[in-house]
Design a protein around this ligand. Structure first.
Ligand code: BGC
Length: 565
């Protein structure tokens, strides 16, 4: 084994969207004590690492990704003492906790920004990125034509000083200026504060955007619309690696922690290696999104169904599993809080157990550290949004109002299509049981509850003989089993049948060989896999799985994992 064993390579992660996970004090909002209550549940699933979405003091424009005070917990989520208790109890159960470190921006209600906007010579002015507007044909426009991820321009004019501040997300999320060493120093203090409190590392939010093109020049991208989605202007630029090196040397290296950067959609495996290569990377791994959208949801017409493009999905798996193995480490995950639900994206809402368990085996026997997203383990689905009032997400709402959809004849279609992709799908209330408020709270929660929580919930998943939860638990038991660990954690990955349209098959090779074959669709499929002999079936989602790899008929959504030779 050439990978040096570390706890985070062997961990099983679980992402918690705090606001929707579990409300312990009946105010309708999830909180830290709610997580503490559910630690035994997570332990039973096999989880050894929790990533908690931002819990800092925040006006909640973006549900906590807009931080007003990095050194305190938002009162709706609890207190610093609650956090200390959570860390202590989790550690007792062998579960580590990582925080979402929001490095790229603050809230406009953060004390630094309140100062910064006051005057051009304020000592905090340079904590953010300010520029004059441009006069084009006698009309003032923002400093550049770059778009924001959340709609409109990535600049917002502030009348107090008549300049624009950069904000690549919402108007209430001004970008920090990492060129300023004082900002880097302040943010290193933030990281140190949480690590000293006992946090085991960070998922670093939007890390790809910490550097911007030096020259404020317009994008020449040929797209409709005033503002150009030319993310190259502020993504994965070389200067970021200098900043991160400073964080690594001054902070990260002093602790036994894990750091995972979010590099998003644009990054290639080569770029990922710059962040996380084993020799010189500043982070331990990075999240990319390439495998998240291998279907037609972006070009969907209201009358069409969502259809999985398995050949493309497999291509993306090859690109990352082959591209990074031996050179870096990687997380493996199906979705996070910014994506639609897995069952609605790649599975089948009419076959939740079968498709959900199949998707679990297809991903979590691959190489990397698993991250399960809350509710994935019970097959939570997308929400049936009907009107704009059913949405909460600042991104969706901005786009709806900026494009004046309210007055468009295509309003219903827009809502339908936005609902399929919306980040809000991942943020609905966790379905704990079939009661009125889904066992989340005794009062009406802050957000939507899935109508199918009555049939699909944690209580039921624990009672049912077969459930996605139980299937996931078996996967994680196999990953932790000393007999298979060398293969399932550290072994290499080889994809089989790359051009097959219906079947995903791969083998992990370590001191043993473990082969997983999955039928992604609702029909019988016949395949023959040559070159391997079945020794035994390790896991499957049907009774009596076939034990021969030649002329193997897989039933709808059937998945089988074999020990082979
Ligand atoms: C997070 C989003 C958030 C954005 C701004 C991301 O990439 O995952 O949820 O809206 O950063 O903080």
């Amino acid at each position: 084994m050439f990978y040096k064993p570390t706890w985070w390579k062997e961990a099983v992660g679980y992402q918690i969207y705090l606001k929707s996970f579990k409300d312990s004090n009946n105010d309708g909002i999830g909180d830290l004590n709610g997580i503490r209550e559910k630690l035994p549940y997570l332990k039973d699933l096999g989880i050894t690492l929790i990533w908690i979405c931002p819990f800092y003091k925040s006006p909640m424009d973006d549900n906590g990704y807009d931080v007003a005070d990095f050194f305190d917990i938002d009162p709706s989520f609890g207190t610093l003492d609650d956090m200390k208790l959570l860390i202590k109890d989790a550690h007792k159960l062998g579960i580590r906790i990582i925080a979402d470190f929001v490095m790229n921006h603050t809230s406009d209600e953060h004390a630094w920004f309140i100062e910064s906007r006051k005057s051009k010579d304020n000592p905090y002015r340079d904590y953010y990125i300010w520029a004059d507007g441009k006069i084009v044909d006698g009309v003032e426009t923002p400093p550049t034509n770059w778009a924001s991820f959340f709609g409109g321009s990535c600049w917002k004019k502030d009348i107090l000083t008549n300049q624009y501040y950069m904000k690549i997300f919402s108007n209430k999320m001004p970008d920090l200026n990492y060129k300023n060493p004082k900002v880097r120093h302040e943010m290193m203090n933030v990281a140190t504060f949480w690590l000293d409190l006992g946090i085991d590392g960070f998922r670093i939010d939007a890390v790809a955007h910490l550097g911007r093109k030096d020259e404020l020049i317009d994008s020449t991208m040929d797209t409709l619309g005033k503002y150009k989605p030319d993310w190259r202007m502020f993504s994965n630029l070389p200067v970021i690696f200098d900043y991160l090196r400073e964080f690594k040397e001054n902070v990260f290296d002093k602790y036994d922690i894990v750091t995972i950067g979010e590099v998003g959609g644009g990054a290639t495996p080569e770029e990922a290696l710059r962040y996380s290569n084993l020799e010189a990377g500043s982070l331990n791994m990075v999240f990319n999104f390439d495998h998240c959208w291998s279907n037609n949801v972006w070009d969907l017409n209201k009358k069409e169904q969502v259809v999985v493009d398995l050949v493309n999905l497999k291509k993306n798996f090859r690109k990352w599993q082959y591209g990074l193995y031996g050179k870096a480490w990687t997380p493996i995950y199906w979705l996070n809080h910014d994506h639609p639900r897995l069952i609605s994206q790649y599975g089948d809402p009419n076959n939740i157990y079968l498709s959900g368990s199949m998707l679990g085996s297809s991903l979590y026997f691959m190489w990397g550290t698993p991250f399960v997203y809350q509710g994935e383990e019970i097959g939570m689905t997308n929400y049936p949004f009907r009107t704009i009032d059913d949405f909460n997400d600042v991104q969706d709402k901005n786009n709806y109002y900026l494009n004046d959809i309210e007055n468009s004849p295509n309003k219903d279609e827009y809502i339908y299509l936005m609902g399929i992709k919306s980040r809000d799908n991942a943020r609905t209330i966790m379905s704990w049981d079939s009661s009125k408020y889904a066992g989340f709270s005794n009062v009406k929660p802050w957000f939507n509850i899935l109508p199918n929580h009555k049939e699909y919930n944690v209580k039921k998943a624990l009672e049912d003989e077969k459930s996605i939860y139980k299937h996931y638990r078996e996967i994680f038991k196999l990953r932790a089993n000393p007999k298979y660990k060398d293969t399932l954690i550290y072994g290499s990955y080889k994809q089989l049948l790359p051009r097959h349209k219906d079947v995903y098959a791969y083998v992990r090779i370590g001191n043993k060989k473990i082969l997983t074959v999955s039928n992604f669709f609702n029909k019988d499929v016949n395949v023959s896999i040559r070159g391997y002999k079945v020794k035994k079936v390790l896991l499957s989602n049907y009774d009596n799985p076939n034990k021969a790899l030649t002329n193997l008929t897989l039933r709808p959504y059937e998945t089988i994992t074999y020990l082979v030779e």
